[in-house]
Design a binder for this molecule. Structure first.
Ligand code: ADP
Ligand code: MG
Length: 479
């Protein structure tokens, strides 16, 4: 049965402001409970919220990055519900008039790119946290997180598989970090997704009833939760049942979703404009001044790397995975005119491989762009072979010298002097008359023996192309 899975994601991104959405207290993670909760955050009577300009600016940056429309006038609303970590009894959010509407996010797809349409992105505040550990028969409340600015980014129900949802979430995560609006730290809860999932028998049927799986804070959980929820719904319907609209939780230990509460409808929240806050006005001048400070966006950089430098689309996508990586690559490529592919191969292979093995981010790479470019210049001009260059990279990785210093000190210069190589090869042929005869008698495989002997005699420093050419000539293989 060709079931279609339909997914809409709501992502909560904590904005990287130093202070909260409506108060001056710090948003730093990890403080002692309730040390960063001001009178506004704990909702003492008579306090007044003041919107954080930096948070609004970050929302504008996002709107520009996804090509959404930025409302000149948006309105903060109260979303009323009771929960112990929400002392006001309501969350300040945006409802009817969100700051950003529309726009789209490009994600990689099998045949290039796919554009995922966004519904909206609105500003709101985070809630506090309930603490269940360390308390016997009681729950602790930590309001440090209460009031942290959030941008909630909502997609249309346009994603059609768990993998596609993950690929969207990864692209969004990378974009938010790229434009410096969210630190993306998923362990600390800076980036959390709610997945709305429904199924239908045919893509042309109306949308099925959805369930919403809350607070998925890793890409792996997001993927597993969607898979399981879709399978649960399909089995339920095939068994003659009906999906009930509800909010569910994913339990990674048992790899299943289970009901948390029946899903409220918007009218249950009794939304209304917050009388304590003026409508938010974003003038065209403000938008233009934010636009003037935007970095080049990843999609634009990808097509530039493919166009100007001739990189494959796949390579360009990897190298624009983060702004730091893209900057690193560009700093190397600009020092190696005409050798962008060499630079791309080394960054994607050796550098990312080593960083990955050591659990390091590109920002902590022990070999900076200048030193790597110095090494690659020696590969490009034939001073060292690719193999020797890896040995030099080992030295750069653990030391502070330049590639030229390492090559000099260790005498690693490739022997490209054909006179010198000729003497070595003549010696090898003279010492191995039996193998020479075998080769001349038609045994092609013996050629590898001579190459090996030549590389050994030069301690790996013979220029491989020249060694090959000389051997072929001397053995009469070209004739
Ligand atoms: P809320 O969950 O806060 O009530 P919405 O009703 O606007 O908000 O929907 C939230 C998300 O659910 C959006 O990403 C939307 O695309 C998605 N969604 C809506 N209907 C469906 C459906 N039938 N199947 C899958 N996703 C859906
Ligand atoms: Mg929702």
């Amino acid at each position: 049965m060709p079931w279609q899975i339909v997914i809409g994601l709501e992502t909560h991104a904590q904005l990287s402001t130093r202070s909260k959405m409506f108060s001056g207290s710090s948003t730093a993670f990890g403080a002692e409970p309730n040390r960063q909760a001001s009178a506004v955050d704990i909702a003492l009577p008579g306090v007044l919220p003041v919107a954080n300009r930096g948070a609004v600016e970050r929302a504008i940056r996002f709107g520009l990055a996804v090509g959404g429309s930025i409302r000149r006038r948006s309105v903060f609303a109260r979303k009323n519900y009771f929960y112990p970590d929400l002392p006001k009894g309501y969350q300040i959010s945006q409802y009817e008039l969100p700051i950003i509407e529309g726009g789209a996010l490009l994600i990689p797809a099998a045949d290039g790119e796919r554009s995922i349409p966004l519904t909206r992105a609105h500003l709101e505040e985070d809630a506090g946290k309930s603490l269940h550990e360390d308390f016997q028969g009681a729950t602790g409340i930590d309001l440090n997180r209460a009031g942290t600015p959030l941008l909630e980014i909502v997609t249309e129900p346009a994603l059609t598989s768990a993998e596609e949802a993950v690929s969207y979430a990864r692209a969004l995560h990378a974009l938010l970090r790229w434009i410096d609006v969210c630190d993306g730290n998923m362990q600390e809860g800076s980036f959390r997704c709610d997945a709305n999932v429904s199924v239908r028998r045919n893509a042309s049927d109306p949308l099925g009833t959805r369930c919403e799986i809350k607070n998925l804070n890793s890409f792996r959980f997001l993927e597993q939760a969607i898979r399981h929820e879709a399978r649960r719904q399909i089995e339920l319907i095939e068994d003659g049942g009906r999906v009930r609209q509800e909010t569910r939780l994913y339990d990674p230990d048992r790899d299943e979703t289970r009901p948390m509460r029946s899903k409220e409808d918007a009218h249950d929240y009794r939304y209304f404009p917050d009388p304590d806050l003026l409508p938010l006005e974003v003038t065209p001048d403000w938008v233009e001044s934010v636009r003037a400070q935007m970095p080049e966006l990843p999609a634009a950089m990808r097509s530039r790397l493919a166009g100007e430098l001739g990189l494959a689309a796949y390579d360009a996508a990897i190298l624009t995975g983060s702004r730091e990586l893209a900057r690193y690559f560009e700093a190397i490529a600009s020092r190696l005119p005409g050798n962008a592919k060499l630079a791309a191969n080394w960054v994607m292979g050796e550098i990312l491989g080593r960083l990955n093995r050591e659990g390091l981010e590109i920002g902590a790479c022990p070999v900076d762009a200048a030193r790597l470019a110095g090494l690659l210049a020696r590969v490009a001009d034939g001073t060292v072979s690719g193999k020797t260059a890896k040995e030099v990279l080992d030295a750069l990785w653990s030391g502070t010298e330049t590639a030229d210093e390492v090559i000099q000190a260790r005498g690693l210069t490739q022997i490209s002097d054909s006179g010198e190589l000729e003497v070595i090869i003549d010696g090898i042929l003279a010492q191995n008359p039996a193998q020479v005869a075998e080769f001349r008698g038609g045994k092609q495989k013996v050629f590898g023996f001579f190459v090996g002997a030549a590389m050994k005699a030069t301690r790996g420093k013979g220029n491989p192309a020249q060694v090959n050419a000389l051997l072929r000539r001397k053995l009469g293989a070209d004739a």
